[in-house]
Design a protein around this ligand. Structure first.
Ligand SMILES: [Zn+2]
Length: 183
């Protein structure tokens, strides 16, 4: 183990507080993302370089899906999610995380501890781009709204997030400026 790793002792046990993460190349598992317009829009001419340098850490806990490290910008991916979730969900989640990778590279914060998940600027931006990509690949409004449903947000937060991604409540047919019927 690296010298100088932080170690605590107490209660008769020893706990090493620093641990390595096992990182694997993104491109070993995910190919062709450099051709996705939404990904190219994020990294431009650097797309290939960024994706080839990107690393992934897999974890096998039953909770959580994907994330981006705010320490060094690598991806974290649940092996259960990768294995079991439907193709478009995994695809959109990867696009979402790549938005966070870009934010990290720009030195922007990924986490806003004082804000709710759906109010964090990093999440709003990532979800907007992800939903745009979902539209591009032909997902319906309902599928996109369902995609935004994650168990850690409330129904009100889900509606807020959907609205922010341009999936607000369906407009009743254009009524122009007609007055409400008097009662
Ligand atoms: Zn996110």
């Amino acid at each position: 183990m690296a010298r100088g790793a932080k170690v605590d002792r107490g209660l008769g046990v020893r706990i090493q507080r620093d641990a390595p993460t096992r990182l694997l190349p993104f491109t070993r598992f995910f190919r062709g993302f450099e051709t996705v317009p939404a990904v190219r829009a994020l990294f431009g001419a650097q797309t290939e370089r960024v994706l080839h340098g990107l690393k992934v850490e897999f974890f096998s806990a039953r909770f959580g899906y994907m994330g981006t490290s705010d320490v060094d910008g690598h991806l974290l991916i649940s092996t259960h999610h990768l294995h079991d979730s439907d193709f478009r969900t995994v695809y959109l989640d990867l696009v979402h995380e790549l938005c966070h990778v870009r934010q990290f590279r720009k030195g922007r914060p990924l986490f806003y501890p004082k804000l709710s998940y759906v109010d964090a600027p990093s999440e709003i931006e990532a979800y907007r781009k992800t939903i745009d990509e979902g539209r591009r690949i032909g997902m319906t409004r309902k599928e996109l709204i369902d995609y935004l449903k994650v168990e850690w947000i409330s129904p009100a937060e889900h509606r807020r997030l959907a609205r922010r991604c341009g999936l607000g409540p369906a407009r009743t047919k254009r009524a122009g400026h007609r007055r409400r019927p008097k009662k």
